[in-house]
Design a protein around this ligand. Structure first.
Ligand code: SF4
Ligand code: SF4
Length: 114
């Protein structure tokens, strides 16, 4: 009887945690980044982008969402955010939500073109 209870306890713990992990993975989303009006055009980020996604726009630097992979394929962090001296000058762009797989596919595509 105790063995059956232990079995069910383990079963429910695994099932509950498995479902939770599955939900987290499925809901995990990445985004291309965008440069906000806080940018002071200091030039730090543009040469650091491995995808050549950053260029000078009308007023400030801009990120091409078609080229930004959040540095997936190159680094484990967004290098432009790391070098930018201004807080919140480079932020996630909620208009360009992508999965890790989509970012990797974009990286492969860009790699062929560069
Ligand atoms: S996150 Fe990476 S790929 Fe995207 S703009 Fe910044 S440096 Fe370029
Ligand atoms: S590093 Fe930051 S402040 Fe400098 S140009 Fe890039 S976004 Fe603008």
């Amino acid at each position: 009887m105790i063995d059956v209870m232990i079995f069910f306890k383990i079963y429910w713990v695994l099932r509950y945690n498995g479902a939770k992990f599955w939900r987290v993975d499925k809901d995990k989303r990445e985004m291309a980044l965008k440069i906000t009006s806080k940018c002071i055009n200091c030039d730090m980020c543009e040469p650091e982008c491995p995808n050549e996604a950053i260029s000078m726009g009308f007023d400030t630097y801009e990120i091409d969402p078609n080229k930004c992979t959040e540095c997936v394929g190159y680094y484990d962090h967004s290098t432009c955010q790391r070098v930018c001296p201004i807080q919140n000058a480079i932020i996630a762009d909620p208009n360009h939500i992508e999965t890790q797989e989509q970012l990797l596919a974009k990286f492969e595509l860009i790699k062929k073109k560069i």
